[in-house]
Design a protein around this ligand. Structure first.
Ligand SMILES: [Zn+2]
Length: 288
């Protein structure tokens, strides 16, 4: 495998709780994908939203990654420490942005933002900031889902880039961070709807987007996604090898002769055998 230091993949969990099998699948997929290309892998903690950030979740997530041999090649980035970068980006976007005074209640019956405050260019206290989307169509190229065109105005409307409480929106922070040095984003399809929004932000900031691949998400038999809300069980670090074997099986790459493999051997096997085209279009349902 040749080294290609310019290529950088990432795994960017929100520290709302411990990793579950669904998040481990995304971590392993992004790791094997970039490592097979000879690139490096980066862990970023998306901890912008303090109320949602569970105490000890960061430590727990990093311990689980380490137990499964998933070590960041670069120092871990915390979004909570990158506020200046996001503020700079926000300032650059202000010519396309406006201050929105609408309450949640005022907007609840509109499928997309109706444009009420679009001419509001004067800074006011306790307002959110929205980006004007206009008539723009945007094509998303995806290694798994192919190319799809999105009419942002019809699907999303003018979206929030800074919340009323002053916090940078998830999409602005993620767009800024993924466009910096990241070349490949392999993540779950639950995040696909955020991609056109993030691409528009990157375009307006004149940043080059990474290559995207959105893999199917792990669900229970009834179709619900594994998440903290659906009480997905935390990964047991003591079962790292069997967890990795399960992950590769979900991803359509069953490990042969699984006896006595170490975590490192399993990951090396995974890197060598990684093939995005083998990932099933729907993962088989989760079973504990
Ligand atoms: Zn408004």
């Amino acid at each position: 495998m040749h080294s290609n230091q310019n290529l950088l993949g990432r795994f960017a969990p929100s520290p709302t709780g411990p990793l579950h099998m669904g998040s481990l699948i995304a971590a392993v997929a992004s790791y094997c994908d970039i490592k097979q290309k000879g690139g490096r892998w980066h862990v970023r903690i998306d901890d912008l939203d303090p109320p949602r950030t569970a105490v000890n979740a960061c430590t727990s997530i990093l311990q689980t990654l380490e137990a499964h041999g998933l070590i960041s090649d670069l120092p871990i980035i915390y979004q909570s420490q990158r506020i200046t970068a996001y503020r700079d980006a926000l300032n650059q976007l202000m010519s396309y942005a406006f201050f929105c005074t609408c309450s949640r209640k005022q907007l609840e019956h509109f499928p997309v933002y109706p444009g009420t405050c679009r001419n509001n260019k004067e800074r006011l206290e306790n307002t959110s900031i929205r980006l004007s989307v206009g008539e723009q169509k945007l094509a998303c190229h995806d290694l798994v889902l192919g190319t799809q065109e999105h009419e942002l105005g019809k699907v999303f409307g003018d979206f929030v880039i800074q919340r009323k409480d002053g916090l940078t929106s998830y999409n602005l922070a993620t767009a800024v961070d993924d466009a910096q040095e990241i070349t490949h984003v392999i993540r779950g399809q639950d995040l696909y709807p955020t991609t056109p929004i993030q691409l528009l932000i990157m375009q307006r900031l004149k940043l080059s987007p990474p290559t995207y691949g959105h893999i199917p998400v792990l669900t229970y038999g009834d179709g619900r996604k594994l998440s903290k809300q659906t009480l997905a069980p935390a990964i047991d670090n003591g079962l790292a090898t069997s967890n990795l074997i399960k992950v590769f099986t979900y991803l359509g790459m069953p490990v042969p002769n699984t006896d006595e493999w170490t975590v490192e051997q399993l990951l090396q096997w995974g890197i060598g055998n990684w093939d995005l085209s083998k990932v099933p279009s729907k993962l088989r349902p989760y079973s504990a």
